[in-house]
Design a protein around this ligand. Structure first.
Ligand SMILES: [Zn+2]
Length: 448
């Protein structure tokens, strides 16, 4: 009897609690409503008249093409005649392309190469302030024509990249489509600021410190629980050049790396590995990461493994040129082609030859967001890509890396209306991609 009474009371408490929660959820009349900066796309159809089109499928430009957009998607592409009275965006003096895809950004960094820049951001700025800066960086990315980015860690700002991504998806702020990694991982003692300060001063660290196989699995579970898309590991650090090889110090053991990759894959997520030199690259490739970042030197055998396993290569050549440039400026000399840059170029050319899958990423944030990351396309063409090849790395290749190739990366019916336009012919002069004059994301015009 008593048992039954207790049971009924419990059930009552449960039901009334549920009813209360339901009431709170239903009462949205006074709920705060944030200002949304980004409008919904018009229902359309909206007709975009392009003087020329690089659709990222063909190597050639098509002349005088019209793109019909309905809501956020492309409906039709071809020699269409918009009906009388239809809404037309006239870009007949421009070349249209798919919105660009940046596979390696840091919206939470506003430059980190010059002395003190990195430390100042972690020591002197709150995460709240850095999130405001990240908002402006996301805005800048879209302004440069990047309608999708993969942001590869917040450098001490926790999971605030998840918030930036969500705020963009909720139309609160302007920004590209984003995939994010949150905090990233490195081993004890390997990542700033820790090794740089007195041992008895506690300083923040730019990543989550992770040690041991069990620690690695737990860290993956913890990070993914916060809504991140990717897991990022720092597979190496330091480095020196010998015999035309850039060699680095591996951070994680192979067992730790394998545990991270296995745990992430088990949870249907993928792993990006920062690996700049021989041993770091070797271990990352052996462990089966999904994308290899930087890869300044990749041994021929590891390149074969990358092709066999389908591991993406995201080289970041511009940032090294940027370093050389500002060092020369400071010294009042001309920028030198350093031995490190020569090794990077040779690696890039070998990867191109070997058929490694290459996507465009620059590490922007390491250099300031007031410069277009598209400047790296110039380097990639200088290092042996055709302009069409380079444009594919920054469109359809990036889309494939992010497994978004059904939604973005080319201009064709069914895909998101992520469309940019530029004056002139970027196949004749790739540097034009730094001057984007029109940006549409998901059918909404951002820049015209
Ligand atoms: Zn990076």
């Amino acid at each position: 009897m008593l048992k039954r009474l207790v049971l009924s009371l419990c059930l009552f408490a449960l039901l009334s609690g549920f009813a209360l929660a339901q009431n709170i959820a239903d009462d949205t009349s006074n709920a705060p409503r944030p200002v949304k900066l980004v409008p919904l796309p018009p229902p359309g159809p909206v007709y975009i008249r392009c003087g020329a089109l690089f659709d990222s499928k063909s190597d050639q430009l098509q002349q005088n093409v019209v793109i019909a957009v309905e809501h956020d998607r492309i409906k039709q592409v071809g020699k269409l005649s918009p009906p009388a009275g239809a809404q037309v965006i006239d870009l007949s003096n421009l070349t249209c392309l798919p919105g660009m895809v940046e596979s390696h950004t840091h919206v939470f960094l506003q430059g980190d190469r010059k002395p003190g820049q990195y430390d100042a951001q972690l020591l002197k700025q709150s995460v709240a302030y850095r999130a405001i800066e990240a908002t402006t960086a996301a805005h800048a990315a879209l302004d440069w024509g990047f309608t999708t980015i993969r942001d590869l860690e917040t450098e001490g700002a926790g999971y605030a990249d998840v918030d930036i991504r969500n705020a963009i998806n909720n139309r609160l702020i302007w920004g590209p489509r984003m995939q994010v990694v949150g905090r990233a991982m490195d081993v004890t003692g390997a990542y700033p600021l820790q090794p740089a300060y007195a041992w008895d001063v506690t300083v923040p660290i730019g990543v989550q410190t992770v040690d041991g196989v069990e620690g690695a699995r737990k860290a993956v579970r913890e990070q993914l629980s916060h809504g991140t898309d990717w897991v990022k590991v720092y597979a190496d650090r330091g480095g020196k050049i010998h015999d035309n090889i850039f060699d680095t110090i591996p951070t994680f053991t192979l067992d730790e790396l394998r545990a991270i990759v296995d745990e992430a894959h088990r949870e249907r997520h993928r792993v990006a590995a920062h690996a700049t030199g021989m041993m770091g690259v070797h271990d990352a490739v052996e462990a089966g990461v999904d994308t290899l970042e930087h890869g300044n030197y990749i041994a021929p055998e590891d390149m074969k493994t990358m092709v066999a396993k389908g591991i993406w290569f995201v080289p970041t050549p511009y940032v090294a040129e940027y370093d050389a440039q500002w060092r020369a400026e400071r010294a009042g000399t001309q920028p030198q082609e350093t031995p490190g840059l020569k090794i990077e170029e040779a690696t890039f050319r070998r990867a191109l030859q070997a058929g490694v899958k290459i996507a465009f990423g620059t590490d922007v944030g390491a250099f300031e967001w007031d410069m277009s990351p598209a400047r790296q396309l110039v380097t990639m063409v200088k290092w042996g890509m055709t302009p069409a090849q380079a444009l594919r790395t920054v469109t359809i290749r990036g889309a494939e890396l992010m497994e978004m190739q059904n939604d973005i990366g080319t201009i064709e019916p069914g895909k998101y209306a992520d469309i940019i336009a530029v004056q002139g012919n970027p196949l004749a002069d790739i540097s034009l991609m730094q001057k984007i004059s029109f940006v549409m994301k998901g059918g909404v015009v951002f820049k015209k």
